[in-house]
Unconditional design. Structure first.
Length: 579
């Protein structure tokens, strides 16, 4: 439709407000306009942090010459006619405010050629003062530039940050749109230098590599659609694997109905998917696009449309979390070893040769009881994972330094940290019972008496209910002494008193999980798992590796430390100068 003024009534219903508060906001509005004009390429350049100059040039449909003057009128838009159109909005813009606001606070120039017209047009508006549009020669599409932003509003200018910081805000906006719209070729020039450019081929990973750099290409995965997606809901995007993390959330982008949004809850849902896979204080990167049926979202709640309201917010958060979790968990080989240490190789090479040459040596001497109380079946059942493995089947070769299990898989050599691995296994075994407060408990033959310090006693009182729920039956014995009567069955607790004290200590420090039950599970798993320095029999190692194969997140322990490293046969060959 052509550009027209909205009626006062419609204007009143639109959450109007100040849309241009900094250069990045102007760039966002102009980029969204270009996308609405069906551009295939969008080139952005800024100088002086976007305050001196910002320009967005596109190859879209253009603005009809006769519409140029209207484009900068407040509440003039070609995108909706009445408030009802919001229900089936297919464009990013709809308020008809951005160009008017920008024209009031900058020296604005619009150059455009509309599809079907012979000659282009130029409209110049200097701080609200419009000159008549005039005809120019123009190749096609639209270029809109704004100079000297807020020069007429010194008070506003004072709120702007250093040009470098403003440029960073602009970069974030362009990066987000470039990631979310891989079929559009974006380029960003800052102070005359190319910051990045995408090729518009439609390949989301390609766009991500262009924006984030080639070195992290191998650490990204595309989201797959969760199986039971409700009708009309879609989730797509690219997220980082747990091997990659950042100190800030700067590189997390969320889009709803094609527009970049800010949502703490959604960002939290996204990060939850990495829970126990990333170190505390580290953040994944990613760009997630959510589409919901038009009547299940309100985009008209925020002046710059940065915040939206989902009718089914819990569902949306759960979907984001599930899709992300599905994409990152398993499905991937563990990080490979960049360089190899020379000495331990002898050990395993010899063991492997021996075991190949003498298969009978691989069987266990009689009488060696495995010390793991649980089986692969237990782990798979706990995860509902029977049959669906996240790791290839590994062949255990031996142990190094009483700390690492070395194994061979179809794709190379695996070094497994026995403590971290066992911690992961126990954590996954404990969690289902903890969450449903239905852990099996094993009665102690003799109750174990533990004297608590004042601090431990307080923590104990604080977590008493949870402890009972997860299988630690504890009786108060007078003063600050307690009796441990039972422990969760999956834990083979040798020294229940020590484990209880460790758990209370960690709980007092705030716990390491997202919930108290999870903190308890992490803590219990950590303090009952096989230690580094413990010699394991081949049978025990096999059992450990098999149970790890059955884990839903076999690659990291509950604290986020890796459980294993992998080195492919090619990498080994390279290390031995065979390639
Ligand atoms: P809105 O996007 O909400 O409609 P704007 O003030 O951003 O309001 O833009 C006003 C109008 O100018 C748009 O409705 C559109 O018709 C036109 N317009 C703005 N930018 C472009 C562009 N890059 N290409 C084509 N038309 C544009
Ligand atoms: Mg707009």
């Amino acid at each position: 439709m052509s550009i027209h003024r909205l009626t006062q009534d419609t204007v009143g219903k639109i959450a109007a407000g100040e849309v241009i508060e900094r250069p990045a906001a102007a760039v966002k509005e102009l980029v969204e306009n270009a996308i609405d004009a069906q551009a295939r390429r969008i080139d952005i350049s800024i100088a002086g942090g976007g305050v001196d100059m910002l320009e967005v040039r596109d190859d879209g449909r253009g603005i009809a010459f006769d519409d140029l003057a209207l484009a900068i009128e407040p509440h003039a838009t070609s995108k909706i006619s009445s408030i009802d159109d919001l229900k089936a909005l297919t464009t990013l813009g709809f308020r008809g405010e951005a160009l008017a606001s920008l024209a009031a606070v900058s020296d604005l120039r619009i150059q455009s050629l509309a599809v079907g017209e012979q000659a282009g047009g130029l409209l110049r508006v200097s701080f609200g003062d419009a000159q008549p549009a005039r005809r120019i020669a123009w190749g096609g599409g639209t270029a809109i530039s704004a100079r000297d932003l807020f020069e007429n509003l010194p008070a506003r200018r004072k709120f702007l940050r250093q040009p470098q910081t403003e440029a960073n805000y602009v970069t974030r906006i362009v990066a987000g749109y470039a990631l979310a719209y891989p079929a559009i070729a974006f380029s960003l020039d800052i102070e005359g230098r190319r910051a990045f450019a995408t090729d518009g081929s439609g390949d989301a990973i390609g766009a991500a590599v262009a924006v984030w750099g080639a070195d992290i290409a191998g650490s990204l995965v595309a989201l797959s659609r969760p199986d039971d997606m409700p009708e009309g809901f879609e989730i797509s995007g690219i997220v980082s694997l747990p091997e990659l993390d950042r100190a800030t959330r700067q590189q997390q982008f969320l889009f709803a109905q094609g527009r970049m949004i800010a949502s703490r809850q959604l960002a939290t849902a996204f990060e939850q998917a990495y829970h126990t896979l990333l170190m505390v204080g580290r953040h994944p990167i990613g760009c997630i696009q959510i589409d919901v049926p038009a009547d299940r979202i309100d985009i008209n709640v925020h002046p710059t449309k940065a915040e939206v309201r989902f009718a089914d917010d819990r569902l949306v958060f759960a979907l984001v979390q599930r899709a992300t979790r599905q994409a990152i968990v398993g499905h991937r080989p563990p990080p490979s070893i960049p360089t190899i240490v020379s000495s331990p190789l002898d050990d395993w090479t010899i063991q492997r040769r021996l075991s190949l040459a003498h298969p009978e040596w691989r069987s266990e001497p009689p009488g060696s009881e495995p010390r793991l109380a649980t089986t692969l079946h237990d782990v798979e059942r706990a995860n509902g994972l029977v049959g669906g493995r996240k790791l290839p089947v590994l062949r255990v070769l031996g142990q190094i330094a009483s700390m690492f299990v070395i194994a061979e898989g179809p794709d190379g050599m695996y070094l497994i940290d026995q403590h971290a691995a066992h911690e992961r296994i126990l954590f996954e075994l404990l969690m289902p019972g903890f969450e449903t407060r239905s852990s099996d408990r094993q009665l102690m033959l003799q109750p174990v008496q533990v004297a608590l310090t004042a601090r431990d006693w307080e923590t104990y009182i604080d977590c008493r209910d949870e402890l009972t729920a997860v299988g630690f039956e504890i009786e108060e014995f007078g003063g600050s002494t307690v009796l441990i009567r039972s422990v969760p069955t999956v834990l083979k607790v040798r020294e229940p008193s020590k484990v209880l004290l460790m758990m209370l200590d960690e709980m007092a420090a705030g716990g390491r999980g997202t919930s108290r039950l999870e903190s308890l599970a992490i803590s219990a798993a950590c303090h009952t798992s096989i230690r580094a320095g413990q010699a394991l029999s081949l049978l025990e190692m096999r059992e450990l590796v098999m149970q790890l194969e059955g884990c839903s997140s076999p690659l990291a322990c509950g604290h986020g430390r890796p459980t294993m490293l992998r080195m492919t046969a090619e990498e080994l060959a390279k290390q031995f100068s065979r390639r």
